[in-house]
Design a protein. Sequence first.
Length: 155
Amino acid sequence: MMKRFILCISCLVTSLPSIADNLCLSNEKTSFSCGVGTKSISVCSANDRTVIYRFGTTNNVELEIESVVHFSRTGYSGGGAGHLVFPNGKYKYIVYSRGISGEWRDDGSREYIQTSGVYVVKNERLLVDVECKHFSGDRFIGYLPPFEEEEFEYY
């Protein structure tokens, strides 16, 4: 299991060209999907109770975790962030999306910076922040089944 985990992390942080294949099945709703290296990350929902985290390619899903919705969000001056947590033993895969106000432009408007990705956490310690490079849809976490919002944690 540890070798597989290390292999997955190595694949995530490669600097190979990015793709953004959606790994959700045709009967599932897409909550989020993006490309990291040569792999994709998708969050899907086939029912009104759970969401599914998938990592890999359309030909080889290397990691799949189904979970009830563990969602939290926070707002701050000029933006906000949302986290969708997928527990997996000692690990947590935290899909995040955030938007912040950037620099002022010459025309008086402000730049708006959107970032998304996955934090990989082991025993409450951040191992890696994998930022999305390409998107097959919106950069923010979208549709989720009904849930109770949880307390937001910063990573």
